[in-house]
Design a binder for this molecule. Structure first.
Ligand code: G
Ligand code: G
Ligand code: MN
Ligand code: NA
Length: 255
């Protein structure tokens, strides 16, 4: 079975699918979602990006795949908007692979997708990782600023698991920190100590950044995060990722 070869055909054969996981405010409103890619393989069934993103990176296919993700996500949002979107739904975040983000054509690719389908009320946020930013600091800032001028926001995914220093963080044009789920998972009780989450919350406040907690699975985790000042959550406690059609059915109910 040739994963690499099959991937090459996947876009043209319509085998890639967008799934969405809700992001919920402390009032319980769905204010956004993260897009998660899936590959519906004709014989293997649904394949996780954990299995094929690295193959796509190594075989040079990641830019084409994520260009499809960018375009298809924005097309879907525009379609939903034409059928009716709740006013409280304000942002959609898309994971971008470091090797794609650093390519010279990246900015114009995103601009192209924005020009094809823009929705005034819904902001597009790109999720990138700390290590990418540090390894290519100057270039990363340039790319981020060019896209921020077009209304794109940036979040750091898996925050707290990389190597970024405070100096780097304060210089980057960032909007959101996503607390990695490895800091949320150990929380059992509302009385637990959470030194790392506390530091992230303080840092975000000082730097003027929004925070979202990932991997929230229990009421105790949600309650404790709220007490620590976190206002946005994502995780199985609220919803697992849903196929885009199922997701829109859920979203419509928020109107
Ligand atoms: O739901 P989950 O199994 O989808 O995702 C597994 C991993 O794949 C996560 O780390 C997620 O960030 C990543 N992922 C999902 N979709 C994409 C994508 O479009 N591009 C990249 N680079 N990573 C993605
Ligand atoms: O790396 P990134 O943060 O983009 O990864 C998103 C991944 O986290 C996806 O695989 C998604 O399915 C998974 N995920 C989302 N919510 C939860 C959760 O509450 N618990 C766990 N264990 N995984 C989650
Ligand atoms: Mn992510
Ligand atoms: Na993450």
């Amino acid at each position: 079975w040739q994963l690499e070869e099959g991937l090459h055909q996947a876009i043209h054969r319509g085998e890639l699918e967008l799934w969405f996981q809700p992001q919920v405010t402390k009032e319980g409103v769905m204010s956004g979602a993260e897009v998660l890619l899936r590959w519906r393989h004709p014989t293997r069934g649904l394949i996780s990006p954990l299995e094929f993103i690295s193959v796509a990176e190594e075989s040079g296919q990641i830019a084409a795949i994520e260009e499809w993700v960018l375009d298809e996500t924005m097309r879907l949002i525009k379609h939903w908007d034409s059928m009716g979107l709740p006013e409280t739904f304000r942002h959609v975040s898309i994971n971008i692979s470091p090797s794609h983000f650093m390519q010279s054509g990246f900015v114009s690719q995103v601009e192209g997708a924005l020009e094809r389908h823009t929705v005034a009320n819904v902001n597009i946020e790109l999720e990138i990782t700390e290590n990418l930013l540090i390894e290519n600091f100057e270039q990363a800032i340039k790319t981020m600023k060019a896209l921020q001028a077009k209304g794109i926001a940036f979040s750091i995914d898996d925050f707290g698991t990389g190597y970024s220093s405070l100096r780097y963080l304060s210089q980057l044009p960032l909007n959101v920190l996503k607390i990695d789920r490895s800091f949320v998972a150990p929380i059992d009780h509302e009385s637990d100590e959470t030194p790392i989450i506390d530091v992230i919350m303080l840092m975000a406040k000082k730097l003027g950044l929004e925070v979202i907690a990932e991997g929230v699975e229990t009421q105790a985790q949600r309650t404790l995060l709220t007490e620590r000042g976190c206002r946005l959550y994502q995780g199985y406690f609220f919803s697992k990722p849903l196929h885009h059609e199922e997701f829109y059915t859920l979203l419509k109910q928020e109107r």
